[in-house]
Design a protein around this ligand. Sequence first.
Ligand SMILES: [Zn+2]
Length: 118
Amino acid sequence: MALKYSNKINKIRTFALSLIFIGFIVMYVGIFFKSSMWLMTIFMLLGLLCIVASTVVYFWIGMLSTKAVQVVCPSCQRHTKMLGRVDMCMYCNESLTLDPSLEGKEFDEKYNRKQKES
Ligand SMILES: [Zn+2]
């Protein structure tokens, strides 16, 4: 499977950022429905909702960041934050692991899921 993995914190940040954009686009679209008061209101509310959701996500990243483990990437020597047992470097997408038994293994998101069960 050609699924591209990236650092989790970065991924959530990108998601939050796109929510802001979506929010603004939806609000902008609402302006075109000026003739219909309720349609415009719905678009405005939807846009606002996206922006509110994005702030919530940003807040959530802040919470996650405090729990994230700071490690030095073996590949690019930069400080990166990782979530869970396996994650990717924020800068070079090098796979990182906190579990020595998983070291050298193919990166797999499943390792994070397994951890939750136990
Ligand atoms: Zn790196």
